[in-house]
Write a protein that binds this ligand. Structure first.
Ligand code: HEC
Ligand code: HEC
Ligand code: HEC
Ligand code: HEC
Ligand code: HEC
Ligand code: HEC
Ligand code: HEC
Length: 350
């Protein structure tokens, strides 16, 4: 229904755009626009649009002119400022939900989204989602305020996109991203591995084969185990984040996110589904499904991701729940204020 409405709107929009074009004889296609706007030295940084990235977005289908209807053939010599569609015109449901939320007055759609680079929620990494918030909510400051009640606040914020706790988004899964040591130096921090880094590592194979060794499109626990133990990949790890599949814009402070058991004792159900996400050059990700239950098999499957109270090890669960109930912090060293500075945590399962 939601989608039907949007398709209809899009059709109406395209029809209007072509009518407009007919009346003012505009011939400029997206390609023509990008001829200038994808050249930074032609138009300057401010007006630069990355054409390759734009082409991968859902907005590319509509073309530049459907959002900048008033652009004429004489542009830019006509000296007129082109019109800019508002998001509300096409995304009325999201707009309404967001406007009603407690955050509606704090930031506009364009504060979090660039209309020329939009991607669907599953293609955006958890890091980049938090990057959208960080432009106003400095991470170090957020860690500081959350630390007052949340142990390992830094780790939590690195492992949970803000929107998992601050919107009614749902259908949580564990998405794992490949991270690697900066400069391959033994003591340096971990950062998200780029496409080029992974291509180098994979050699002549596709980058998926780093984890999906038999390249059959799904990742088994045996493949995860082999990846974790492969010395060739000693500088690469999987970083798990608890991401929503269904994103809403109902920003709020949810009482049950205070409740540690919302995640930690939710048991296997939330942890059943996981993916490994592989980066593309434009900054988006695509995912391969992991065998059900891999995240629960913390000792073999995902040694770097461990949700107390939700693993297959009864002993770990009991210790974990005791720690949560007692409000104690696990002695695994404190999180630091930079992403991916966590030290080797291999010892924790012992
Ligand atoms: C010949 C090069 C050229 C082409 C082709 C071109 N533009 Fe521009 N565009 C410019 C320049 C230069 C400016 C800055 C004009 C100014 O500041 O007066 C501009 C400004 C704009 C702006 C205004 C940004 C603001 O300041 O608000 C928009 C929007 C825009 N262009 C969209 C388009 C679209 C859409 C197309 C295709 C239909 C297009 N342009 C084609 C060169 C071009
Ligand atoms: C889905 C609608 C949409 C499409 C499609 C779209 N734009 Fe935009 N564009 C906008 C909006 C909205 C803004 C104003 C953004 C803001 O206020 O931050 C904008 C701003 C701009 C600007 C000003 C600089 C900036 O980034 O804010 C330029 C230049 C521009 N667009 C060019 C283009 C070109 C060229 C294309 C096609 C390749 C295009 N736009 C496609 C909605 C769109
Ligand atoms: C002319 C209509 C139109 C306008 C204006 C428009 N969009 Fe879209 N947008 C679409 C369509 C159509 C889609 C693809 C179908 C869908 O996701 O509903 C889309 C998809 C998206 C997506 C998801 C991308 C994906 O791959 O699923 C985001 C995020 C988005 N738009 C944000 C915005 C923002 C922010 C603005 C305002 C700056 C905006 N849109 C303006 C029509 C529009
Ligand atoms: C405070 C930040 C923020 C604001 C403001 C915001 N969004 Fe989003 N939006 C997100 C995040 C985070 C996602 C997850 C995907 C991503 O990061 O792009 C998302 C996803 C989306 C999607 C894709 C949903 C999907 O299921 O794939 C659409 C469409 C969208 N936003 C439209 C809008 C529109 C329209 C507005 C303004 C009414 C808006 N957003 C305002 C942060 C924001
Ligand atoms: C353009 C700036 C901006 C961006 C981007 C932004 N925020 Fe905010 N946010 C604010 C302001 C301003 C306030 C009100 C003052 C405060 O509490 O810091 C606020 C308040 C909040 C609050 C306090 C509770 C509430 O809703 O009243 C939460 C939670 C929040 N933001 C979450 C987020 C998340 C999550 C993101 C990213 C998806 C985000 N914000 C992105 C500006 C922003
Ligand atoms: C584990 C769930 C969780 C995560 C993850 C989380 N928050 Fe919160 N956040 C909360 C809860 C619960 C509160 C209410 C605490 C209070 O009122 O002291 C809160 C309060 C806030 C507030 C308002 C009060 C304050 O402390 O300033 C802001 C702003 C905020 N969060 C932003 C963020 C941002 C930005 C992120 C991501 C970088 C984030 N939060 C991640 C659960 C979370
Ligand atoms: C929104 C889900 C969520 C909520 C709410 C939540 N946690 Fe967590 N917690 C996680 C995730 C995800 C991790 C990180 C797992 C990883 O990366 O190994 C984590 C990790 C931890 C760790 C560190 C374990 C380790 O191995 O280092 C402790 C301790 C912890 N949580 C305690 C708590 C307590 C106490 C609360 C309530 C005040 C709480 N959590 C609330 C999701 C949550």
């Amino acid at each position: 229904m939601r989608h039907l409405n949007k398709r209809l709107l899009l059709l109406i929009h395209l029809a209007l755009a072509s009518l407009l074009c007919a009346s003012i004889a505009c011939a400029m296609e997206s390609e023509d626009c990008l001829g200038c706007h994808s050249e930074a030295d032609e138009v300057g940084e401010e007006l630069f649009i990355n054409g390759t990235t734009f082409d991968t977005t859902a907005h590319a289908e509509m073309g530049c002119a459907s959002c900048h209807e008033s652009v004429t053939d004489e542009h830019p010599d006509d000296g007129l400022t082109p019109s800019k569609a508002s998001c509300q015109d096409c995304h009325d449901t999201v707009f309404e939900e967001y406007s009603l939320s407690t955050h509606g007055a704090n930031a506009s759609c364009s504060d979090c989204h660039n209309p020329h680079t939009v991607q669907s929620a599953v293609e955006v990494s958890g890091f980049d989602m938090n990057g959208q918030c960080a432009s106003c909510h400095e991470i170090a400051e957020t860690v500081r305020t959350h630390e007052e009640w949340l142990p390992q606040a830094s780790l939590h914020i690195e492992a949970i996109p803000c929107i998992t706790c601050h919107t009614g988004s749902e259908d949580y899964v564990i998405t794992m991203y490949l991270i690697q040591r900066d400069n391959n130096s033994r003591y340096s921090d971990f950062i998200p591995a780029s496409r080029e880094d992974l291509e180098e590592l994979a050699g002549s194979e596709s980058i998926q084969t780093i984890v999906d060794a038999d390249n059959n499109g799904t990742i088994s626990i045996a493949e995860l185990r082999a990846f974790n133990g492969n010395p060739k990949y000693k500088n690469v790890r999987l970083w798990g984040m608890m991401t929503p599949e269904t994103v809403t814009h109902s920003y709020q402070i949810l009482d049950n996110r205070w409740d540690c058991s919302f995640c930690h004792a939710s048991g296997p159900s939330a942890m059943q589904t996981s993916f490994v996400a592989f980066p593309h050059n434009g900054g988006t990700y695509s995912r391969l499904a992991v065998e059900k239950g891999a995240v629960l098999d913390v000792l073999n499957g995902t040694p770097d991701f461990y949700m107390m109270g939700a693993t297959r090890s009864k002993w770990l669960n009991i210790t974990g729940l005791m720690i949560i109930a007692g409000g104690m912090v696990m002695p695994v060293g404190h999180g630091t204020l930079r992403f991916f500075t966590r030290k080797n945590r291999e010892g924790k399962g012992h």
